[in-house]
Write a protein that binds this ligand. Structure first.
Ligand code: OGA
Ligand code: NI
Length: 397
């Protein structure tokens, strides 16, 4: 095959210069089909040590870019088998359905919207919504706020840096840093309301406080509307999913994907499905999100004012496989930063509440596919492994 990447197989050390740091490199060119060299490369560095060195900087991927790196550290380079697979991976020009929610109060239009949502949720597990009622200014301000947060000085940001999942507000680069095969090219501010619905505005970083509070208010309302439409799309009564409290327990993850000097070698987010009932995602206009559709990657094209909606694992379980939680990922980009905000609706974790396939969706022809689960248990399993390992199989009967 003889396709050369000019950068697989580096050796690097970190050294500190005051609060900032820089990597230094020993470059080695490598053919990704050259297995001998791959084997050597795998042995060639102390991954655990380098992960810790990166984590200890608390400066995230943005810190690397600010330090002026031109080659990405090896901890971010995808394993050779994955990179090789990418060469055989096809892309489709098919587009995720775009659903216009205007006229939703009109009976005929309402019925069509429900049908469109049902088809998209069965086939794609993904769709975009436009005319959803959230003003463009609220979306734009949210993106700006997240960008301002991530672009503050290291001194301000480092106070938030933590891998403690019980912390309501935290900044981290790669929550699965020590479990994944390759780190992702992104930093994330998380606002976690899974364990308590109450959010004191003072807990939100000042740089994005007002915009975030306004966005949460709007997106929670849209979440309720979508759960009603999804209930109808499943043939259930309109408030079935909201009665099950699927729309509770939002977690907001505010991603910052710096421009990447070697985007072919890493990912912004590894392939995964979401550990939630539903995700509403706000993305800026840069692009990079892809969804796996019939074994091909489809770009989720940014549309001004649109929000991306996707079915998560928990909705796939309770819908008894009627709706699909699709794998998706974000490719790295030489242009950036890219900003996105995912709101995960994870349901009630505390007090413990048992969820399982919805009785009305079970019949002789459609026996239960999954056992019941607790949200807390599902999440803790999810966070104990690398992002790219699906959790659904674990609950299959
Ligand atoms: C996620 C996710 C996609 C994006 O946070 O789970 O898939 O575009 N994000 O940032
Ligand atoms: Ni996701």
């Amino acid at each position: 095959m003889g396709r050369f990447f000019s950068f697989c197989g580096y050796h690097f050390n970190f050294y500190n210069i005051g609060e900032s740091w820089s990597p230094c490199w020993r470059e080695k060119r490598m053919d990704i089909s050259g297995t001998k060299e791959l084997a050597e490369t795998a042995m060639d560095y102390d991954r655990a040590k380098e992960l810790k060195a990166f984590d200890d900087t608390k400066a995230g991927v943005k810190g690397l870019v600010d330090a002026g790196i031109v080659n990405i550290p090896k901890i971010f380079i995808r394993p050779p088998d994955e990179l090789a697979q990418e060469l055989n991976c096809f892309k489709t020009r098919l587009q995720v359905p775009v659903i216009d929610l205007s006229g939703i109060e009109n009976d005929d239009r309402h019925k069509d919207i429900v049908d469109e949502i049902r088809i998209a949720s069965e086939k794609w597990g993904f769709f975009q919504v436009v005319n959803h009622g959230i003003p463009l200014s609220v979306l734009n301000e949210m993106i700006k706020g997240v960008q301002s947060f991530h672009e503050q000085t290291f001194e301000v940001k480092k106070e938030f840096y933590s891998h403690d999942r019980m912390r309501k507000v935290r900044l981290e680069s790669n929550y699965d840093l020590y479990q994944s095969r390759a780190a992702n090219w992104r930093d994330t501010l998380t606002i976690n309301m899974v364990f308590s619905d109450q959010l004191d505005p003072d807990e939100v970083p000042v740089a994005c406080r007002d915009t975030t509070i306004e966005y949460i208010k709007n997106v929670s309302k849209l979440g309720d509307t979508l759960f009603e439409l999804l209930s109808e799309a499943l043939g259930l009564k309109v408030d079935h999913l909201t009665d099950m409290e699927c729309s509770k327990g939002g977690t907001f993850v505010c991603h910052y994907y710096p421009a990447c000097p070697e985007p072919d070698l890493t990912l912004g987010v590894s392939k995964h499905s979401d550990p939630a009932f539903l995700t509403i995602l706000l993305q800026d206009q840069i692009g990079g999100l892809q969804v796996l559709y019939e074994n091909q990657w489809a770009d989720v094209q940014p549309i001004v004012g649109a929000l991306v909606v996707n079915i998560g694992d928990l909705l796939q379980i309770i819908s008894n496989d009627k709706f699909r939680s699709s794998d998706h990922r974000v490719v790295a980009n030489s242009v950036g930063p890219r900003i996105s905000v995912a709101c995960f609706f994870t349901g009630v974790a505390v007090p413990a509440k048992l969820y399982g396939p919805i009785e009305e969706l079970i019949s002789e022809e459609s026996p239960p596919v999954y056992r019941e689960f607790l949200v807390r248990e599902y999440l803790s399993k999810f966070f104990s492994r690398a992002l790219d390992k699906s959790g659904l199989d674990h609950y299959k009967l």
